[in-house]
Design a protein around this ligand. Sequence first.
Ligand SMILES: [Zn+2]
Length: 345
Amino acid sequence: MIALADNQTSGLVCAHHHIYSALARGMPAPPRTPEGFMDILELVWWRLDRALDLDIIFHSARLAALEALQNGCTAVIDHHESPDAIEGSLSAIADGFADVGVRVNTAYGITDRHGPEGAAAGLAENDRFLRDGGRGMVGLHAAFTCEDDTIAAAAELAKTHGVGVHVHVAEGAEDTWQQLRGHTADDWLLIHGVHLPDDHGLSGTIVHNARSNMNNSVGYGNPARFSNPVALGTDGIGSDMLDEFRLSFVRAREVDVTATPDLIWGWLEAGWDLFPEARADRVTWNYGPMDPWRLAYTTGVSALDVEVDGELLLENGVPTKVDGHEIRAKAAEAAQKLHQRLEGL
Ligand SMILES: [Zn+2]
């Protein structure tokens, strides 16, 4: 491997994203102001996911991939839900990312919110995608929206495919997690863990999403307290992992003034354990040296060149393989359709 220059890093990894939310920006306001975690799910995300179709999902994916590339993020771990367009949805995401050249690992978030048929269809989509050779995991929305049988079936399917389960855990106080006990394994991704006790006994990597947790007012998980590995995600708010690193740092610092940038940089580096190929990708930044202590206090660091698998995909901030303007224009059209469908729900 060629040594990194001062102003270079490997490709950054976003360990938890919702690619379908790329077109949520500009969406019509919910029927009333959400007043808590459950309201945010019911009035915003659980309406948005019902308005998705395969074409909208594909254009969300292309836009999310473009934005990841332009932020030096070359690998994204996605958690997807589209209850009225389940079959083929993971392929639409993989196809959108393949167009731009960014790596993606995706999973369908199985849930019993739409009855046992909905849960079965979600399970089948994970199985279909993995069977076809897709890069993914088995998704579960969260224990509190799943029957025990559904959790067991997801864990079983994941084992069959030799992958982990990607699941939201204890994001809000209402989000019960005890049902996951006895199912988890080291290759699971446990998203948030805000309300988990220190000795929860679950195995897997805890993915911290500082900005999302603050935005949803769910509290601070203080992931430094866990013995599990910790990685960083955005929970659907883009793929600017340097920004997420800086935010995670000040959030940690707010409760413990001895928290170091090295600790949080370690969480960012844990992404490479989840997506090892990204380690060989190359990002050249407009700043150097790329040292955690400097980066914690340097805002606005941008990716200039990005190489994925030896191929130059971003040159001086401009994508080489796709037309960024065309992707944004098509995404704007798809967003308009999505927002119109939302008005009708
Ligand atoms: Zn999430």
